[in-house]
Design a protein around this ligand. Structure first.
Ligand SMILES: *Cc1c(COP(=O)(O)O)cnc(C)c1O
Length: 364
């Protein structure tokens, strides 16, 4: 599904130099590389502040905490995402409330969010799934009218835009992951929160470092959640190329769409949004049959995600049941993600498209 080796070969000299510098500096936690990376990321994203943390999951958890989300609060989010989205809400002590998604973008449907509002709703957590921005104008308007906080889960969407604005700059906080396979990937775990608020950033800096501004004085009980210097050095190198990586992903996606136009209805690119194709995800009938057919041809594919969050065994206690979110449930039965990464060769891509065509015909 993903081969990072070509990208690593191309960046080898720069990555070795950057990591060598850190190794020899003797500073590994909260040093100059993290500060430099935070400034560079803030400039790129168009926000006043970013705070680097240990993972995307922590970015979500700490941002929720810093925004004052806690016990007694409800957070509305999508049932169709990676599990960490809902874990973070539960870590914060709040109650996740799901709202169904749109069939075309796989993202939250603002009309469904509106239906799920209650007097306890405190925040909306929108996910830009597979690299496609959620309908932020509608969600922000809803939040404004009801006095809610809005968070963006940008783990799969570094560099995606809504109009001229980068995701992560549109709401109260943007939460990013640098897990190696993400569009901006490190060489281990890492995450970041972006915000326009200096106050929120200060709170996040406390939370990520045991609630301490330094000097072994602890203003609150926090966490150990810091990005390390080695990851920051790697990410600083890769950040210089993120536009190239994302443009390459978009060109590959355009070619898939061209080759498969007559057999596929998605992914769609809503007007005015820049989709960065963390995944190229199609919907196919008899998905499991199609996937098996591809496998026999030696073509990789993955199902992100086979089970919506409200049906996950770990969340049984929350009382959701089959039929509660029909669109998410239907989509989970049909989605199939095809290989797509910046260095994927055009020949391989054409082979995948040809294989998919054959498999669709065979399974019909
Ligand atoms: C990867 C991911 C996360 C979690 O990020 P980690 O860095 O792995 O903790 C959260 N939400 C979504 C949508 C993701 O894809």
């Amino acid at each position: 599904m993903l081969d990072l080796r070509e990208q690593l070969r191309a960046l080898q000299a720069e990555l070795l130099e950057a990591t060598r510098e850190v190794l020899l500096s003797g500073r590994y936690i909260l040093g100059p590389k993290v500060e430099e990376f935070e400034r560079a990321a803030a400039r790129y994203l168009g926000v006043a502040e970013t705070v680097a943390v240990a993972s995307g999951t922590d970015a979500l958890h700490l941002a929720l905490r810093a925004l004052g989300v806690g016990p007694g609060d409800e957070v509305i989010t999508t049932p169709f995402s990676f599990f960490a989205t809902v874990e973070a809400i539960l870590y914060a002590g709040a109650r996740p409330v799901f709202a169904d998604i749109r069939e075309d973008t796989f993202n939250l449907d603002p009309r469904e969010v509106k239906r799920r509002l209650s007097p306890r709703t405190k925040a909306i957590l929108a996910v830009h799934l597979f690299g496609c921005p959620s309908d932020m104008p509608a969600l922000l308007e809803l939040a404004r009218r009801h006095g809610l906080r809005v968070l963006e889960d940008c783990a799969q969407a570094f560099g995606a835009t809504v109009g001229e604005q980068k995701v992560g700059s549109l709401a109260d906080a943007g939460c990013f992951s640098f897990y190696p396979s993400k569009n901006l990937g490190g060489m281990g775990d890492g995450g970041l929160v972006s915000t326009h608020s200096a106050e929120l950033a200060e709170r996040l800096r406390l939370l990520r470092n045991h609630g301490s501004p330094g000097g072994y004085v602890h203003e609150e009980v926090g966490y150990n959640s810091r990005l390390d210097e080695l990851q920051a050095a790697v990410l600083l190198v890769k950040l210089r190329y993120i536009e190239d990586f994302n443009e390459a992903r978009r060109r590959k996606a355009a070619l898939y769409r061209e080759l498969l136009a007559d057999v596929l209805s998605c992914p769609v690119e809503p007007q005015g949004l820049r989709h960065v194709y963390h995944q190229f995800t199609v919907k196919v009938p008899r998905r499991d049959q199609v996937r098996e057919c591809l496998r026999r041809k030696g073509i990789a594919s993955t199902v992100y995600y086979p089970l919506p969050l409200h049906l996950q065994p770990a969340l049984r206690g929350l009382g959701w049941k089959e039929g509660d979110f029909p669109v998410a449930e239907r989509v989970a039965r049909q989605v199939l993600s095809l290989p797509l990464w910046p260095e994927l060769s055009e020949a391989s891509l054409r082979e995948v498209a040809r294989g998919l065509r054959q498999c669709l015909k065979q399974s019909s």
